[in-house]
Design a protein around this ligand. Sequence first.
Ligand SMILES: Nc1ncnc2c1ncn2[C@@H]1O[C@H](COP(=O)(O)OP(=O)(O)OP(=O)(O)O)[C@@H](O)[C@H]1O
Ligand SMILES: [Mg+2]
Length: 89
Amino acid sequence: MPSIRVVNFSKHFGKVKAVDNVTFEVEDGEFVALLGPSGCGKTTTLLTLAGIYKPTSGEIYFGDQLVNDVPPKYRNVGMVFQNYASIHT
Ligand SMILES: Nc1ncnc2c1ncn2[C@@H]1O[C@H](COP(=O)(O)OP(=O)(O)OP(=O)(O)O)[C@@H](O)[C@H]1O
Ligand SMILES: [Mg+2]
């Protein structure tokens, strides 16, 4: 697997800043958890890594590849949802 790089990533839903300028990197083989209070943007970040959301601004890289516009089926990313019926929690 390539590394994952999230650079100055923001995702806004109208006036709601679900994620506001986040930068982090995950190396190949690292096991990383996003930890934070309810509503801080963890799920929104994961959905964007999976390609379900596009960033409002910023860049997502898998290795050297900018994947902002790569659809989910071409990302080779698995995601297990928090709830079966809703992606909004
Ligand atoms: N599709 C959406 N439309 C509008 N607002 C949204 C949407 N998805 C998330 N939000 C809002 O964005 C913010 C971040 O939500 P998100 O679900 O990413 O948080 P979270 O860290 O996963 O929270 P939790 O720990 O409760 O799962 C919240 O204020 C949420 O209400
Ligand atoms: Mg969540």
